[in-house]
Ligand binder design. Structure first.
Ligand SMILES: Cc1cc2nc3c(=O)[nH]c(=O)nc-3n(C[C@H](O)[C@H](O)[C@H](O)COP(=O)(O)OP(=O)(O)OC[C@H]3O[C@@H](n4cnc5c(N)ncnc54)[C@H](O)[C@@H]3O)c2cc1C
Length: 563
């Protein structure tokens, strides 16, 4: 080894300190797993990108021990981000408007954490502070991954310090590629992406301006522009300061063509009125794709977040899906490392998460195509252009106006997707729900689903009872805990209704559709591993088998006769 080469040992190397990588560091280190996060940039990129953190992502953040008050403190004001507008230009006139997801108090019956809007760098800043304060995880900025070599006992990776040029060797048991859509780790493994690349091309122009007065009472998080020759989308992370214009462009356009003057002209056309305090902060090319990695795993290297999937932004599902990925993977690695699950548990990561990415990608694509109905109603042709006269005539004609209004209403599923956010399940126990509108979410206590949230009398949620470091058994008031599977060498937190927790309305078991003797076994990520509705011996045996098979532990195999 040359003098200029350093060697580091860690359990997990996370490549990429974006939101998914940072959260991965937090989730693993919190469970006692040693992590190095290597991020190639010295400073966080300030391009805002994602804005929506959905309820499931926020539940995961809360369970990860992140400071929820800080996250909410830097989020978009609820009243500012509660609607989506279809406009000619930002200053008017409006074509239609629709509520943006469930941010009202009614949704608190199914989640403690309603959706919020937050600019991605603000979220990353909270994550980074949490990670830096946590022992067991090291974040090294300016460290770029170059290669990995898989050996029998782990992975040896080569990285380079971009400031000093120093080569750093990292020996780890696992590598998690969180290096984004253009993942070099994925490419080095030869993992193909399935699905179309380059469906549309945009320049994302990040600008600052206070547009509150321009908006008046037309406050919203998203503004889809339909005026002839415009067709961009504005994202209002903070109406008084932080905006992005997603400006459609050709496949060969480069940011170099978008100098300051061109960006200003594009923003002013989109706003439709002078913007005296306009400041262009940056411009970046962005290719809209709908692709999923053919596999999420090669040996001990895993893909998570955009490294595993690239979605159209219509639906706000890219980052949210990545958060679900890393939540699913982190507890499994921790359980294998702690010895209470066998290495085969890691085989469950890809089948559980890849299908979720497929569903979310399908929805994101459907949302993109759904917007086409509004373009059509406004007179646009297949090439997404319209002449001024046709456009004006459509708006003036009462019959066309009805079609336009219908097309606006038709966008509802794009902006009301609670079932997609909270109602997904690992396995096929909720398959029959697929025919329901994605806005229609009824929590169900079935295997694979996330444990339904029920508010406890002490104001906590049942989700707060889930132990991140082991399994959790929630049992009805008449359950016999001594008959439950506590002999498997698996950390098991037990909560008995009446003794350890209580709910205000009915009983918990009634609300879960269980007998009072029933119980639910929950994974560290809050998803249900097994249910016994009556607590009978057969059911308890079934629950034990489900647990042992899933966790793939040798001790479980002996107990259940599975070898
Ligand atoms: C305009 C826009 C709006 C969006 N809105 C939403 C939304 O509302 N909701 C939503 O869920 N998603 C949204 N998305 C998608 C979201 O931004 C991404 O899904 C998210 O950034 C993915 O996070 P990630 O951590 O997987 O990857 P990234 O954020 O891309 O992070 C990857 C990190 O890896 C680092 N890296 C790359 N290569 C290396 C290397 N060789 N060595 C070390 N480090 C490396 C990069 O520097 C980067 O920091 C939006 C995207 C855009 C463009």
């Amino acid at each position: 080894m040359s003098d200029a080469m350093k060697e580091i040992e860690t359990t997990v190397l996370i490549v990429g300190g974006g939101p998914v990588g940072l959260l991965g560091g937090q989730l693993l280190a919190r469970r006692g797993v040693k992590v190095l996060i290597a991020e190639k940039y010295l400073q966080r990129l300030d391009s805002p990108k994602a804005h929506a953190l959905n309820p499931r992502s926020l539940e995961i953040c809360a369970a990860a021990g992140l400071p929820m008050d800080e996250i909410h403190g830097v989020a978009t004001r609820k009243a500012d981000g509660a609607r989506v507008w279809m406009m000619e230009t930002l200053s008017g006139p409006p074509i239609g408007s629709i509520a943006y997801e469930r941010q009202d108090d009614a949704v608190r019956s199914v989640t403690p954490w309603p959706l919020i809007n937050i600019a991605q760098p603000q979220f990353e800043a909270v994550l980074e502070r949490a990670v830096l304060a946590r022992p067991g995880v090291t974040l090294r900025r300016g460290l770029e991954w170059q290669t990995s070599l898989q050996l029998a006992d782990g992975v040896t990776s080569t990285l380079q310090d971009r400031v000093t040029g120093e080569i750093v060797k990292v020996r780890s048991r696992y590598v998690i590629a969180c290096d984004g859509a253009g993942s070099a780790v994925r490419d080095s493994l030869g993992i193909a992406m399935d699905g179309p690349e380059g469906i549309a091309n945009f320049m994302t122009i990040h600008f600052e301006a206070n547009l509150r007065a321009t908006l008046g009472d037309r406050l919203g998080i998203l503004y889809f522009l339909f005026g002839p020759g415009l067709n961009g989308t504005l994202i209002a992370y903070d109406v008084e300061k932080t905006w992005v214009l997603m400006h459609p462009c050709g496949p060969d356009s480069t940011p170099d063509e978008f100098d300051e003057a061109t960006c200003r002209a594009a923003v002013l056309a989109a706003v439709g009125t002078p913007v005296p305090d306009l400041q262009i902060r940056g411009v970046k090319g962005w290719k809209m794709s709908a692709q999923i990695a053919r596999t999420y795993r090669d040996g001990n290297v895993f893909l998570a977040g955009d490294a595993g999937h690239r979605f159209p932004p219509t639906g706000g599902l890219g980052l949210n899906t990545g958060i679900g990925d890393i939540d699913n993977l982190a507890w499994k690695i921790a359980a294998v490392e702690a010895g209470w699950a066998g290495p085969d548990l890691l085989e469950t990561y890809e089948p559980e998460r890849r299908i979720i990415a497929q569903t979310n990608m399908g929805q994101s694509l459907a949302n993109t195509f759904r917007l086409g109905t509004l373009f059509e109603a406004l007179g646009y042709g297949p090439d997404r252009t319209v002449d001024e006269a046709t456009y004006r005539a459509r708006l003036a004609d009462p019959e066309s106006r009805t079609r336009i209004d219908d097309a606006v209403t038709f966008q509802k599923d794009h902006f009301d997707s609670l079932r997609l956010q909270l109602g997904f399940a690992y396995g096929d126990t909720l398959k029959e729900d697929d025919i329901l509108p994605i806005s229609q979410f009824t929590p169900k206590c079935v295997v694979g689903a996330r444990l339904p949230h029920v508010e406890l009398t002490d104001c906590r949620s049942t989700l707060d009872l889930v132990d991140p470091d082991g399994l959790t058994l929630l049992a009805g008031v008449a359950a016999d805990l001594s008959s439950m599977p506590d002999r498997l060498g698996v950390p098991l937190a037990q909560w008995l209704e009446g003794r350890d927790f209580a709910v205000g309305v009915d009983t918990w078991s009634v609300r879960m559709g269980l007998e009072p003797q029933g119980a639910v076994l929950v994974r560290p990520d809050g998803h249900i591993l097994a249910v016994t509705s009556s607590g009978g011996p057969d059911e308890v045996q079934r629950l034990t088998v489900a647990l042992s098979t899933y966790l793939a532990t040798p001790v479980a195999a002996v107990l259940t006769g599975v070898t």
